[in-house]
Design a protein around this ligand. Structure first.
Ligand SMILES: [Zn+2]
Length: 242
């Protein structure tokens, strides 16, 4: 069935929520430079994970929030941002309206590290106020161990892992011909730099350079989907017991 809220009519929602479906997945990202991958990488990935997950847990998917808090890559062409208080308030008011629309469980699927702190705060305040159960998933952090096992090395921002995900979603979102290893900056403790001197940010020296292997990308996307699905199912089953 159709899982995207905005593709359904109000009469269909009336028949579904909350009696047949009480869970909504809300993808959140940002627009920022991502090496050889498209500016919307942090939106496309959580959206794809959400659409897959919705089938598995009988949820609907809210429209993706495509604007977030871009920090160290602000200043690269095409990167966009909003300030943290604006972002947090906007997210909070969307969550409030999801409650008003009848949803009783919310899964925020986050695609962008700059959003983490604001989403965490908004979610805690939201639960305290509305008693809607809420989980914020930062997919790349949740999948970090699996990612390392899968590739045999660490990933990073716009690195091996994110580039593979977005390549598996739509190969046109990745431009191998525009890639060069000099796009990468191996992150070092002891320096905060704006803009950061690379659009591919690596956590471990010499690890995480994009591979552009379509078959590997396809398998990685499946692994990420499985990892997120099994974790969210665990959370939902524990919530059932409360
Ligand atoms: Zn990203």
């Amino acid at each position: 069935m159709e899982r995207q809220l905005q593709r359904l009519t109000w009469r269909e929602i009336k028949a579904l929520v909350p009696g047949k479906i009480d869970t909504i997945i809300f993808p959140v990202g940002t627009v920022e430079a991502h090496g050889a991958a498209a500016l919307g990488t942090d939106n496309f990935i959580p959206e794809a994970i959400s659409l897959h997950l919705a089938e598995k847990i009988n949820a609907l998917v809210a429209p993706t929030l495509n604007y977030g808090i871009t920090r160290s890559l602000y200043g690269y062409p095409g990167s966009l941002t909003v300030t943290p208080p604006t972002f947090k308030k906007f997210v909070y008011e969307i969550l409030k309206s999801l409650h008003d629309a009848g949803f009783r469980k919310v899964i925020i699927m986050n695609g962008h590290g700059g959003n983490n702190a604001a989403l965490k705060d908004a979610a805690l305040e939201y639960f305290a106020e509305y008693k809607v159960k809420i989980a914020v998933i930062h997919w790349w952090e949740l999948c970090m161990d699996m990612t390392r096992q899968f590739f045999g090395e660490h990933g990073g921002h716009a690195a091996l892992d994110e580039t593979a995900m977005v390549q598996a979603i739509d190969e046109k979102l990745v431009k191998k011909s525009l890639y060069s290893p000099e796009m990468a900056y191996e992150f070092r403790e002891g320096a905060d730099i704006y803009p950061v001197p690379g659009t591919i940010l690596l956590y471990e020296k010499g690890q995480g350079y994009p591979s552009f292997d379509p078959e590997q990308a396809r398998r990685f996307k499946e692994k990420v989907q499985e990892e997120v699905e099994s974790f969210v199912k665990l959370v939902l089953s524990r919530w059932e017991q409360i």
